[in-house]
Design a protein around this ligand. Sequence first.
Ligand SMILES: *Cc1c(COP(=O)(O)O)cnc(C)c1O
Length: 434
Amino acid sequence: MAEPIRPERSGQLFERALRSIPGGVNSPVRAFRSVGGTPRFIAKGSGAYLWDVDGRRYLDFVGSWGPLILGHARPEILAALERVMADGTSFGAPTEAEVVLAETILAAFPGMDQVRLVNSGTEATMSAIRLARAHTGRSLLVKFAGCYHGHSDSLLVKAGSGAATLGVPDSLGVTAAVSGQTLILPFNDGEALAEAFAARGGEIAAVIVEPFPGNMGLVLPHPGYLEELRRLTAASGAALIFDEVITGFRVAYGGVQTLYGIEPDLTCLGKIIGGGLPVGAYGGKRELMALLAPEGPVYQAGTLSGNPLAVAAGLTTLRLLQELQPYPELAQRTAAFAAELRALFERAGIPATVNQAESLFTVFFNPGPVVDYESASRSDRERYARFFHAMLERGFYFSPGQFETCFLSTAHGSADLEQALSAVRDALPELGGR
Ligand SMILES: *Cc1c(COP(=O)(O)O)cnc(C)c1O
């Protein structure tokens, strides 16, 4: 596919990176494998924009994969980091700010009695599953095809995100003994769910779900589906784990569970609660959380857990979100943008589905509807790659992979979005539009 302008410094850095780092990147999607071309090395970000090392500016629709709901280099967050940093970067002992962040998270999630901070979303989901297994004394885990919950062994079975993009839904190195404990169901399929519970309900320790899946591209639950999930898990004594690592403070202050009024047993968080620094958290009902060491027999620990810098960035982000209440405007702006995209593709005769919820959206080149991994997989990924590069050349950084979500931030103004729409209009002929 066409990539006429060779990004010189990015290209040189990538060649160097390939020698010292596997695939040249520290997380696979960054390598642009599914869209081709040379990944841009980023020099800085500010507001809604990124600048690469070749001095080119991009309107950023990735936002570090979700954390940056307030945009890049938000001054209040930088100021909080500077303040905290002057007193040291890590103590390996408790601090007041951790308690405040825990209290702030609990206040946002009515069904959550206690929360433990960790360093990544991967740690959060892995630990939540351990807890659910300990609580139920069962081992079977139910997950949905195309949902991604980080890269721990039992969850790398039909994962979305980079794993789906790379076409390796099952990672080598995961033993059959481990993957055999994970039952995969299609998302949004009430019948498959009912059958699984009828057949093996008594063995199921937990069901883990992204309530708005964002790692097969954005997919939304059918009406009543999450409620049915809550009903079946409660009836069989399995724990319901909502992985709200993306959605937690993204779709509402309090996540999908607040939007829908559903209380899961455990919730996993990450991304926004770290304000752009490495973080994760999991929390839930007291009877489950009380099993954790040092109170109980389930072990989980972290040298840098509750790190002062991550906590300061997260807390500042959550305070700003409370203060600004940006959700209605973000949702309105993203919905309007998605509607314009749909209209442009339709007029050009390009089969496309644009899924959108709040400040999340994904462009699928597929007539749709896209409701699960199967329908997401029917997208024209070659056309997505052309779309991605056509936009990148014009200074717009969309997700470098079909099976990812794009994100708006409060820094994305209407003029920015107008420019993005003009660029899409301009690029339509390159996508095979009329
Ligand atoms: C990003 C993500 C994770 C993993 O979080 P990391 O911090 O990358 O380990 C888990 N679940 C979901 C839904 C995610 O989007």
